[in-house]
Design a protein around this ligand. Structure first.
Ligand SMILES: [Zn+2]
Length: 256
């Protein structure tokens, strides 16, 4: 049984790594697509805002030109006043001057509104250009890095496939079927170690009796809570190789 459990532990290690690599390989192109989409979206927004800005600038110019034309008219009318002898005509010219003055007041209010709107839009447009620059830099700097990493993930997955097949072939068929079924239902994690009587996947405790049976390692058990396959994780066969104790023991053995 220990040999079968060792195989399952190795298989679970590889499957966990495989799933992480697969999702990383899938996320890379999505990240690039998102950046490129952001670029297209912002470019569209910038073009649309540029159209609106152009329109507002033309509007401002038109208003300013009208104000200037009105001022010219006012000056001309004012210079005519001293030469007018007729009372009615005099009042008519005064009224004309007054109307032009009022019109210019209104136009000046209007031009202030247009300029405020322009100022706000120009600030928004500058912010869009800044973000566009950032995305361009991020794409330039990261696109190749992301693509390289995707390639690397795919290479690692290919390299892993052979050993994975070997391990799967060495596990007995019925156990392999159970493992696959649980992995499918439990997000790829079919096997969990029990440490200190606790399942390391769902963190529920075994009963003392279940824990004792588990430590005999005579049959493959499942966690009563999460139903994953479980094994006694504190058995010496599963001690992590990078523990300081294990390392110095290895160094001792390796010394001539
Ligand atoms: Zn569990």
């Amino acid at each position: 049984m220990l040999e079968q459990i060792k195989l399952l532990v190795r298989l679970q290690q590889m499957d966990t790594e495989r799933l992480a690599l697969e999702s990383e390989a899938a996320e890379g192109p999505v990240r690039i697509a998102n950046l490129e989409q952001g670029l297209v979206g912002l470019t569209g927004q910038i073009a649309a805002a540029a159209g609106e800005l152009g329109q507002l600038r033309r509007q401002r110019k038109e208003i300013e030109e009208t104000v200037e034309a009105n001022q010219t008219k006012m000056k001309r009318s004012q210079s005519r006043l001293p030469m007018i002898k007729n009372n009615r005509e005099y009042r008519a010219v005064l009224k004309e001057i007054d109307d032009l003055k009022r019109m210019n007041y209104d136009l000046e209010d209007e031009v202030i509104e247009v300029m405020e709107r322009l100022e706000a839009l120009e600030a928004e447009q500058a912010e869009r250009h800044r973000r566009l620059g950032e995305i361009k830099v991020e794409l330039e700097e990261n696109k190749q890095v992301i693509l390289d990493r995707v390639d690397e993930c795919r290479t690692l997955l290919r390299e892993m496939a052979g050993e994975r097949q070997e391990v799967r072939a060495a596990v007995d068929v019925e156990t392999m079927a159970r493992y696959d079924q649980i992995a499918y239902a439990r997000g790829g994690l079919a096997l969990a170690p029990i440490k200190g009587g606790t399942c390391q996947a769902c963190f529920m405790n075994l009963t003392p009796q279940q824990y004792q049976i588990l430590q005999h390692m005579e049959r493959l058990m499942t966690c009563p809570s999460c139903h994953r396959l479980i094994y006694w994780g504190e058995h010496e066969a599963f001690a992590p190789p990078d523990e300081p104790g294990a390392e110095s023991a290895q160094a001792g053995e390796g010394a001539p």
